[in-house]
Design a binder for this molecule. Sequence first.
Ligand code: NAD
Ligand code: MG
Length: 389
Amino acid sequence: MAAKNIVLLGATGSIGESTRRVVAKHPDKLNIVGIAGRNRWKELAEIAHEFDVKHVAIFDEANCRAAEQSGLFPEGTTFYPGLEGLTAISCLAEADMLVTAIVGTLSLKPTLAAIECGKDVALASKEILVMAGKVVMAAAKAKGVRILPMDSEHNAIFQCLQGERDIDVAKLILTASGGPFREFTAEQMKSVTKADALKHPNWDMGPKITIDSSTMANKGLEVIEAHWLFGKGRDQIQVVVHPQSIVHSMVQYVDGSILAHLSPPSMTFAIQHVLLYPERAEGVDATVDFTKMLSLDFRPPNYELFPCLRLAMEAMDAEGIAPAVFNASNEIAVDAFMADKIGYCDIPRIIEQTLAAVPACDPQGLDEILHADAEARRLAQTFFTSVHA
Ligand code: NAD
Ligand code: MG
């Protein structure tokens, strides 16, 4: 069988790197035809040489021009600047699959464009489903393309659902490591610094998702992501804290049987599963070693200590625009925290204030979602200035 051609949005990131390791392991099965990033074009040039890629999108237009003039890319490279560039590269004629691994919601338009062009999507960027799950899933259904989950929890669920009947599913059980502060008190939470929050106990990930994991906003986003991917309501999605991050998620069936997916905490397992699906091949990283002592613990989440998780659940219940508002205000708050503009406990406060301020509505299409997203971002900024006033 010919190798699967993939376009990789977010090639320089953490998921991008793991994706490249999987592709390098299976050059006969996988081929990167396009790469995209925000601005780190020297890294993109190295990647282009390593994988012989001739299509390169760079969001930042000045950096895209600099890259084009550098002479550092393989001969015959075509450059694609800006959001239009990301969108164009996502629809490359020779591509079979788009890997969406850009942090935040910027890849929404490129992903929708790829779906329109009939490409399957391997989705890491959960934020786009939280923002516009209805639109993305409807577009995929209309075009008959697959949205394959790369997020480890959703990939685990996807694997546990294989060969089963949807009607027999009782519950999706998402595991969460609980992040670095799972044993903290509310008092200790008040003095959390950026360096503390950027140290995840189990996973090595990009900065935004690492902060999101520490607040458990990430698990909140994932509950909403699971809703759109698997068509289950809040009453059928449960969160369980599992500090070892070995069980990546589970599916409970109506007879009480629970199927789980296990692997060490490396994204290469989920990424490879999606890229080769439905085939399997030798993995990149070593798997769980049962010749050594291994304990697996589970406990319910603490919603008081992690208000972001509660707020995400409430946003999901509220439906309509609320999940998009949750996501947008979280992005703004995390950026502000990273820029030392607000404290750690201001993150949930800003989300809560923004959710209360944006009027509820049931968006009929993308324009309304984009409008609410922009409004939530604008309002969230006003709240973080008032927090310190
Ligand atoms: P990261 O910060 O390591 O990398 C982000 C990537 O996005 C970089 O390649 C960067 O160049 C690119 N990017 C950012 N802004 C861009 C822009 N404006 N235009 C073009 N490219 C842009 O992030 P990550 O940890 O790899 O996460 C990427 C996505 O995958 C996020 O949505 C995250 O939630 C999701 N995800 C990550 C992990 C993980 O283990 N890292 C696990 C599950 C899901
Ligand atoms: Mg995850």
